[in-house]
Design a binder for this molecule. Structure first.
Ligand SMILES: [Fe+2]
Length: 395
């Protein structure tokens, strides 16, 4: 068996209603907490006043701050500055992937005096030593899996824009509270984008050249659980609230597993594109992944059929198809892989995934995007011409 290393969230509290545990979990780490949320949805829900009442009852002092969209270095530095002198014992982030990333970065930067920009991969020159405040992640969307990863994505858009990571093995949240009830109010287009990000992360880490037996096992399990849950939720075919929670629990599980597998196996060309496009255009990460995963999978499979038809990668694509749709097991690797292409094309269509031009990406940007697109751990090397074709097909 292959040698591997595996890093995971030490404390994972998963299931409907688990948010109720949060005050006790915070108290375990200190009597003063910094809570970071997004701008609106959680604050406007019944969960926020309930949580603050419970914190007050437990004698926990809290400071609240919020972030809107993907955090910039200035967002992180601003929150860290406002906490100086407050002896924050623990940081909690409640929100989508961007909010969780913001909390992760703030918990890491509360122990430093410089801007986060100096520690970003490919931007700064300093190496973070991993010293941080305890961090509790509470995702309210099922997507990035940031509650299980060791990096926080920080971005600046515009001409000299970037989308880079603050990363350390010790930045994996100390605790993740994954309560699928929190995702109930998530609008359908956000559920689609986030869910497709999670799916892409599972598929890319399963196919990664750096995958290991443990990430493979987790990825296969998550694909089987994800099945047709996402498409049912996005298309509003869930029936009652109980069924909606049941399906959203499956998606939330897949999202958390996607964080674990990506942190330990890496990703592929879809996420290579996502880093490049994310630094250039104001387009949600989930949308980039959702719009490109079908075409990248297609080009990977076509290349593998030509160059390595009996290899592991093609068999894994077949396994993915069989796990997502077990009703018709594939007779061969090629047949299964082709079935996966059709399934993803159907999903893209049924979930009405937007194309890149809806966010202002045009033909003119393609060369620029390709210059900074890496292929990460893609199962097969793609040529520049193939990558360009993928982008053209989703403009
Ligand atoms: Fe992602």
């Amino acid at each position: 068996m292959t040698e591997f290393n595996f890093f995971a969230t030490p404390g994972l509290y998963f299931g409907a209603g688990k948010l109720a545990l949060l005050p006790a979990l915070i108290k375990h780490h200190g009597s003063k907490v910094l809570i970071i949320t997004g701008a609106r949805s959680f604050l406007n829900s019944e969960h926020w006043p309930r949580l603050t009442r419970r914190l007050e009852k437990e004698g926990i002092e809290y400071i609240h701050d919020s972030v809107q969209g993907e955090p910039s270095p200035e967002d992180i530095d601003g929150i860290v500055r406002s906490c100086r002198g407050h002896a924050v014992g623990v940081v909690t982030a409640i929100g989508g992937g961007s909010v969780v990333d913001a909390g992760k970065a703030v918990s890491a930067m509360l122990t430093k005096n410089e801007s986060v920009v100096h520690y970003l991969e490919g931007v700064g020159t300093r190496t973070h030593d991993g010293d941080k405040r305890p961090f509790i992640a509470v995702p309210t969307t099922a997507g990035t899996g940031s509650e299980a990863t060791k990096n926080a994505v920080i971005s600046r858009t515009g001409k000299n824009g970037f989308k880079k990571s603050l990363r350390h093995d010790r930045f994996i949240p100390d605790i993740a509270v994954v309560d699928p009830v929190l995702t109930l109010n998530c609008p359908s287009h956000i559920t689609a984008a986030c869910g497709m990000d999670a799916f892409t992360q599972i598929l890319e880490s399963y196919l990664s050249v750096n995958a290991n037996p443990m990430t493979d096992s987790l990825a296969r399990g998550a694909l089987a659980v994800l099945g047709d849950s996402l498409i049912k939720v996005v298309s509003g075919r869930t029936g009652d609230t109980r069924e909606e929670i049941r399906l959203r629990t499956k998606i939330a599980y897949a999202a958390t597993i996607s964080g674990l597998t990506l942190a330990n196996a890496g990703l592929g060309a879809v996420h290579g594109f996502a880093s490049a496009i994310g630094g250039m255009a104001d387009i949600p990460h989930g949308v980039v992944c959702a719009t490109l995963v079908s075409e990248v999978t297609k080009i990977n499979i076509e290349t593998l059929i030509r160059t390595d038809p009996d290899g592991t990668a093609l068999k894994k694509y077949k396994n993915a198809a069989d796990l997502l749709d077990p009703s018709r097991p594939s007779a061969s690797a090629v047949e299964g892989a082709c079935r996966l292409i059709s399934l993803l094309e159907q999903w893209t269509d049924q979930m009405k995934i937007p194309v890149l031009s809806e966010y202002g990406v045009t033909n003119k940007e393609i060369e620029h995007i390709l210059k900074s697109t890496g292929q990460k751990n893609n199962p097969v090397p793609l040529t520049r011409e193939q990558l360009s074709r993928v982008l053209q097909s989703r403009l």
